[in-house]
Design a protein. Structure first.
Length: 297
């Protein structure tokens, strides 16, 4: 029987220390890109890709995230009474109408592999997706949708891949892959955050995965790896000895919202996509850049 990808796991327990003090009392996933929290982009991508169950793996201090994806009766009533129909629709549409949201907790920050393992009973025995909201992607076709299409053909685990600069390999899981067809690669090995001199390539994994449930067998060993954390990459390496795993070069532009500069660039890119903002931003940016150039001279 061919199984559809219906469930998506969102690890959202991270502390967001890179964005302190903003993230002192606010989940990093709630940082806005233009006017929507980062996490909402990832959830919308999943919903547009046919996902029916959103599984958040949260931690302490993530209440705002839970409230965001729930109805806010008071706010909706006020907007309705004031005739603010468009805003009312914006607010209402945050809560998925067809998909279910489920929460579980990762009580200790033991790593990405551990976060996914925390969702094992909710996922059960079926292939599932994992989305890391920090990796924000601008694309015509949602990246998870592109990957699910490939999964339907290959029926195997798969990870989204980008090329990174050789000196950036220690920020990512890096793969060594063989041949490519239609942007899909056969992975031979992978390693978490290797130093540039030890990296097998400059092909980096970014936060979109489709995993077979067998991954839980390996995650369950709870073995610590790079950074003394339970790494997903290590369990995928173990899985690779039993099943093929593919790398997928998606169509789209990825922004690293876990990084301050990447987050600012994402804000600019998504703002420039909106005609009304683009019209104002481009001339203002030109002025700003030329003023900065003058200052530098
Ligand atoms: C995680 C993964 C890493 C992957 C990266 C993509 O690392 O462990 O393999 O390349 O996400 O964003 P993190 O960024 O959580 O340190």
């Amino acid at each position: 029987m061919i199984m559809k990808i219906k469930k998506a796991v969102f690890p959202v327990a991270g502390l967001g220390t890179r964005f302190l003090p903003t993230t002192k009392a606010m989940p990093k996933e709630m940082l806005p890109v233009v006017d929507k929290p980062i996490i909402q982009y990832a959830v919308e991508e999943a919903l547009a890709s046919g996902i029916e169950q959103i599984i958040f793996v949260t931690g302490s201090g993530k209440g705002a995230l839970e409230d965001h994806f729930d109805k806010n009766q008071n706010l909706e009533k006020t907007l309705r009474d004031r005739g603010k129909t468009e805003l009312l629709h914006t607010v209402e549409s945050v809560v998925p109408s067809k998909a279910q949201i489920v929460y579980t907790r990762q009580s200790e920050p033991l790593g990405l592999g551990h976060a996914i393992w925390c969702a094992r009973d909710i996922v059960g025995d079926e292939p599932f997706a994992v989305l890391l909201a920090d990796d924000l992607i601008q694309s015509d076709v949602p990246v998870l949708y592109q990957m699910i299409n490939e999964f339907d053909r290959l029926r195997a685990s798969m990870m989204a891949i980008i090329e990174v600069l050789p000196d950036e390999t220690d920020k990512y899981g890096i793969i060594e892959a063989e041949k490519a067809f239609n942007g899909t690669m056969v992975i031979n090995s992978m390693v978490e955050k290797p130093k540039p001199e030890n990296a097998p390539s400059n092909l980096a994994v970014i936060g979109r995965y489709i995993l077979t449930p067998r991954i839980f067998k390996h995650l369950g060993k709870l073995k610590k790896g790079a950074g003394n954390e339970i790494q997903l990459t290590d369990s995928m390496s173990a899985l690779l000895k039993e099943q093929p795993i593919f790398g997928y070069k998606f169509k789209g532009t990825r922004f690293d919202c876990g990084d301050k500069a990447g987050f600012q660039l994402a804000n600019l890119a998504f703002a420039l996509e909106r005609p009304e903002m683009r019209e104002k931003l481009i001339p203002d940016l030109k002025v700003l850049l030329s003023q900065m150039g003058e200052l530098a001279n």
